[in-house]
Design a protein around this ligand. Structure first.
Ligand SMILES: NCCCC(=O)O
Length: 713
């Protein structure tokens, strides 16, 4: 096929007495990731050094025959087939591919031809699947191993809500699948998970992110797509200090320079604006220590050597120069060991034919057990054939990608690995993951609470004084005439009413059980106090009314105190029964009612929500209505009776007019109290002060009017 060009290195015939061992290579010299431009010279450097070593594959020369797969899976498979079956040289191993989609497509078939395959740069997590890719290795770190560091980064920057936008390619989706799971395990919210099909315009996806006020986006795309994404983000205005992108860490330092400007419709300046400050998580490519590698040079010396070899050019994929170098060394070392094993069996590597499964198994085992110092550090593979290594966080700062932190192991704390500070576009802080809502509980002001409680205590003392007087002087004619037993009920009702004032939950840290208990006690005291106090007033007025009307009809009716006490206790019983039934069949719970929303003066992204804790229950309306009906009816009837008996001046009923005044007073304050309770829900201190004030005033007024001696008229 005319579209496949096979390139060889080294060229020309092998020196006398040396046998060529042929390996196949798949490198992307153009396309979505043209990193082959780095992989090829790195491979050539490694082969030159290895072929000069007398201790590695003695009597052999390693020769690579490679094709440009353009980062296309189809072309990769076609090229590999050409290299294996339409090239005269028998291949003992496959190097590549560079791009994950090509490695996936080729490693799925290369094992059928008994060929061990090793990639210098494919990071797709799916390539760790030994069932799908049984003979595959890579000196690259699988992209999903970065997920831990991504979660740690989120914790460090206090992000709870993130989104993912990725190309519909396995290299990205198989890294994001476990990431999505880890987000759930850590109680983080995944707001959006958007897939862009190859060739699709990223604009609609960015519009979705923008509409949903997304701030933190993990981006999974090849650099070619990244310029298009940032260009569209710029055009839509989806950029600035509030937007934070986190990309993969294997892009080149100046990856934007390699992109075809005809593929996006922006200036590079606009792309920079949109991607300003982006973060990247990825592997550390070169050994940070000055260790001498198996090639006899340190990682720094290798980089200098590579730079000299490529005339100092900054090539696409240059980060992978070390991994590619180590990849060839790993291949050579496993072939070398296999040759030694074959020699002990009286065989030679040169006799290998790739349909020979036994030799393939030897190469595989020797590759799996490899352990040497390369330019990336220690080179060894995990069970799935992927390299293990350091990880890093980097940031795009001032047109450069700079390392922020290096991490030795999964789950290491971010703080421990930081080597340079993050630079944020909002002064002193990382972008928020959305609007920051702070909830604060509105509670009754402590001073107001204490003040009202002190007044209530005075009221209780005064009432107890009246009670003591009423009991001790019950034989006095004036006291005797005023029905002391009923008056005692009024006074007990007053004490209970004053006690209601103490039961307001004032603390922001009140426990739900405590709030519920306060609500229950508050309601019981109020119902019992009102029923006792007002019920007794009502009973006395009713008696006046009955006597008054019977006198008018020339009858003489006598109503004993016992009967009135029974009436009052019945009323108390009815109200308490309603409350107890309520508590049993419809238990209360707490709802946090939002009262107000206020933006921070300095930062519109900070919003304060005030709330109050309210005791409620699902059928609350029925029970409250029942109590209001009973007490409301009592108030209305009491007011009518008081009005009808306003002219009565009977010595035996000496306080009947005062009682009438007390009833009007109770009616007015009760109506005002109900109104205040419903209207002032957003001002707990004022609400409490007014309600407590009405209770204290009403109760004190009643007790004083009845018990304080009045001048004779
Ligand atoms: N090799 C770098 C690009 C990532 C990948 O395709 O695996």
């Amino acid at each position: 096929r005319g579209d496949i060009v096979i390139n060889d290195f080294p060229k020309g015939p092998a020196p006398e007495g040396v046998v060529d061992l042929h390996i196949a290579g798949l490198f992307p010299m153009e396309g979505a990731w043209p990193g082959g431009q780095t992989l090829v010279p790195a491979t050539e450097l490694a082969l030159s050094m290895i072929n000069n070593r007398s201790d590695i594959l003695p009597g052999y020369r390693l020769v690579i025959h490679w094709i440009n797969d353009k980062c296309w899976a189809g072309l990769g498979v076609h090229g590999l087939h050409e290299l294996i079956f339409n090239d005269t040289n028998i291949k003992v191993l496959v190097i590549g591919a560079g791009c994950s989609p090509v490695s996936q497509a080729t490693a799925e078939v290369s094992h059928y031809w008994n060929l061990v395959q090793i990639s210098p740069s494919s990071v797709a997590p799916s390539l760790s699947d030994r069932k799908r890719f049984p003979l595959f290795f890579r000196t690259a770190t699988a992209e999903d191993t970065m997920n831990n560091i991504r979660i740690e980064l989120m914790k460090h920057l206090n992000w709870k809500r993130v989104s993912i936008m990725q190309e519909a390619l396995e290299i990205f989706t198989t890294a994001s699948e476990p990431f999505v799971q880890m987000l759930a395990e850590n109680n983080f919210t995944l707001q959006m998970n958007l897939l862009i099909q190859s060739g699709d315009d990223p604009r609609p996806s960015i519009e979705i992110l923008q509409r949903n006020d997304v701030r933190i986006i993990f981006g999974g795309f090849y650099p070619e797509r990244a310029t298009r994404v940032f260009c569209e983000a710029y055009k839509l205005g989806f950029y600035g200090p509030k937007i934070q992108w986190i990309l993969v860490g294997w892009y080149d330092d100046n990856w934007w320079d390699y992109q075809d400007p005809s593929l996006y419709n922006c200036t590079l300046e606009q792309v920079f604006i949109a991607m300003d400050g982006y973060l990247a998580t990825g592997a550390v490519f070169f050994n940070p220590l000055d260790e001498v590698s198996i090639a006899g040079i340190t990682s720094r010396q290798y980089r200098q050597m590579f730079s000299d070899y490529t005339n100092g050019r900054i090539l696409p994929g240059i980060r992978f120069a070390g991994w590619a170098f180590d990849c060839i060394w790993a291949a050579a070392l496993s072939l070398n060991k296999t040759d030694g094993m074959l020699a002990s069996l009286g065989q030679k590597m040169r006799h290998f034919y790739h349909l020979d499964e036994a030799t393939t198994n030897m190469i595989f085992d020797n590759m799996a057990n490899i352990d040497f110092t390369g330019t990336m550090g220690r080179v060894r593979f995990d069970k799935s054939g992927s390299a293990l290594g350091l990880q890093k966080i980097a940031q795009f700062q001032g047109r450069k990608i700079v390392a922020i932190g290096v991490f030795e192991e999964e789950g290491q704390r971010i703080e421990e690995g930081i080597i340079r500070p993050f630079v944020w576009r909002t002064p002193d802080r990382a972008p928020y993951d959305g609007k920051q809502v702070y909830w604060y509980k509105l509670v009754v002001n402590k001073q107001v609470y204490i003040g009202m409680c002190l007044l209530a205590v005075c009221g209780v003392i005064l009432t107890l004084g009246f009670l003591i007087f009423n009991v001790t002087c019950r034989a006095c004619p004036i006291v005797k005439m005023s029905s002391p037993t009923i008056n005692n009920l009024i006074l007990m009702g007053c004490v209970l009413n004053y006690s209601v004032v103490f039961f307001a939950h004032t603390s922001t840290r009140s426990e739900p059980e405590q709030i519920l208990a306060f609500c229950m006690v508050h309601n019981v005291l109020l119902a019992a106090g009102f029923s006792l106090g007002f019920g007794a007033l009502f009973a006395k007025t009713w008696r006046v009314h009955v006597i008054f009307t019977s006198v008018q009809q020339n009858q003489r009716k006598v109503i004993k105190d016992r009967k009135l006490v029974f009436m009052v206790l019945m009323l108390v019983g009815v109200n308490i029964a309603i409350l107890v039934t309520w508590e049993i069949i419809d238990p209360k719970y707490i709802v946090q009612s939002q009262i107000s929303e206020q933006s921070d003066m300095m930062d519109a992204d900070i919003v304060y929500h005030a709330f109050t804790d309210t005791c409620t229950s699902s059928r609350e309306m029925y029970f409250i209505s029942s109590i209001y009906c009973v007490l409301g009816l009592l108030l209305i009837v009491g007011a009518v009776l008081a009005w009808e008996t306003r002219q009565v001046k009977v010595e035996a009923l000496n306080d009947s007019q005062l009682i009438g005044i007390c009833i009007y007073n109770a009616v007015v304050l009760s109506v005002m109290g109900v109104a205040v309770a419903f209207v002032l829900t957003d001002q707990p201190s004022l609400r409490y002060a007014l309600l407590a004030g009405f209770i204290i005033i009403g109760t004190t007024f009643t007790s004083c009017l009845i018990f304080v001696p009045k001048p004779e008229n």
